[in-house]
Design a binder for this molecule. Structure first.
Ligand code: GDD
Length: 402
């Protein structure tokens, strides 16, 4: 069996700004969704791919930010090499691949390399992609997903030849509509990808020598600089993903991702979740160190982190509650993310609207409480973003509370 490796692109601190205030304390890749850090979900799916020897996470976070996760992941997936390589600055979606090419290609030399974005929620059909990839002679296979026509231009758009699955055209975030099939942020490439990246880098250097407006640096974009020419040369194929897929760019989309992952875990690994009962409406994840009053009603689509205390008569639905938060008696949390070390007073209510299909400018959907926010008894907070360390005692709606 040929060797496969995988790269997970996690970006760095200047990315993930739309997830603030949650990412003020917790870097986006480590944000818990369905009881596990965001980056864990693609890694656990990759770990199931036969012949996969190594997963390399590439980003520009400090090493110390990722080291705890790497240690735990190595323990959980002992048969796979897992490491973090840090870019000295943001090198773009292909710059890091080029910079670390020797590490990626060192023995066992991979025949195939998966590349996966971090900020997506997906069923990650890696094995199916590998199967399709091994049937054609292209340099790469891209996972295509179908989105609504109104939102397609927010993504890389793909035109496919239906019979052969050959990608005939690719445009990154086009100005006008091209297709509803978009780049899902998952790829499988032959190792010859590195020849293509080298060509793209050389062309960029040559352009920079001629044109003072083109910067000579190590930044390279996988989509525009590598995939566009590969599509033009008819060297890439498309795996159409029919399973669930969402981008996780905003805190609201993290609530949706939580629901999608919990629903999936319910089918694949139900033991990880809390057992259904009259007061637990599945799917619900409750960390083993959380304390839950038996009269609290929880679910569906709830994830409760370590050390959380849930009091008498509390109601929680469609929500993520992060570690060491206290929900006092009869409080209610719906369509929200409650950050760590928050204190929600008795009879207080935190709620929001489900994520809209489209970003609606100026409108906040789910409520986000950052760390160490406290709510006085009976306070209502609806569709608000609340920054860290705030103490609220008046009702608020559709506000950013600084
Ligand atoms: N290591 C590293 N270095 N990772 C990066 C860098 C960088 O300089 N810049 C971005 N990333 C990572 C992000 O963390 C994310 O996982 C992925 O690369 C893509 O991020 P963006 O560059 O913000 O692109 P996007 O999310 O707007 O669009 C991309 O993903 C869509 C699917 O979610 C494109 O590939 C689109 O075509 C695609 O549809």
């Amino acid at each position: 069996m040929s060797t496969t490796k995988a790269i997970v692109l996690v970006g760095g601190p200047s990315k993930g700004t739309r997830m603030r205030p949650l990412t003020l304390d917790c870097p986006k890749p480590l944000l818990p969704i369905a009881g596990k850090p965001m980056v864990w979900h693609p890694i656990s799916a990759l770990a199931k791919v036969p012949g996969l020897s190594e997963i390399i996470i590439i980003g520009f976070y400090e090493d110390s930010v990722m080291s705890g996760f790497i240690k735990e992941a190595k323990r959980e997936f002992p048969n796979i090499g897992i490491s973090y390589l840090r870019e000295y600055k943001a090198l773009g979606t292909a710059g890091g691949l080029y910079h670390f090419r020797d590490s990626i290609l060192r023995p066992p030399v991979p025949q195939n390399i998966f590349i996966c974005n971090i900020d997506i929620c997906s069923a990650f059909p890696f094995q199916e992609i590998l199967e399709l990839h091994s049937k054609h002679r292209g340099v790469g296979t891209i996972m295509g997903v179908n989105v609504k026509k109104e939102s397609a231009q927010k993504y890389g758009c793909i035109v496919t030849e239906p019979e052969s699955q050959l990608m005939v055209h690719y445009v990154e975030k086009p100005d006008s509509w091209i297709s509803n099939t978009v780049n899902g942020g998952v790829y499988l490439f032959d190792k010859s990808l590195f020849d293509e990246i080298k060509v793209a880098m050389d062309q960029k250097t040559a352009r920079a020598a001629e044109d003072p407006l083109v910067k000579s640096d190590d930044i390279l974009r996988l989509e525009q600089d590598v995939i566009v020419p590969l599509a033009a040369a008819k060297k890439m194929y498309v795996y159409e993903c029919k399973d669930f897929w969402r981008q996780i760019k905003t805190a609201a989309s993290a609530v949706t991702a939580n629901q999608l992952y919990l629903t999936r875990i319910q089918k694949t690994n139900a033991d990880f979740l809390a057992k259904s009962s009259s007061n637990i409406i599945s799917p619900v994840y409750i960390d083993s160190t959380a304390t839950i009053d038996p009269t609290a009603k929880i679910g569906p689509n709830v994830a409760i982190g370590p050390g959380v205390q849930v009091g008498k008569g509390v109601r929680i639905k469609d929500a993520i509650v992060l570690e060491n938060t206290v929900l006092d008696k009869h409080s209610c949390v719906l369509n929200s993310i409650v950050g760590s070390n928050c204190n929600i007073g008795p009879w207080a209510r935190v709620d929001g609207n489900p994520e809209p299909e489209q970003d609606v400018k100026g409108q906040i959907s789910v409520t986000i409480l950052a760390t160490e926010v406290s709510l006085a008894p009976e306070t209502l907070v609806r569709s608000c973003i609340v920054l860290p360390n705030k103490s609220l005692s008046r009702n608020s709606a559709n506000e950013v509370l600084l």
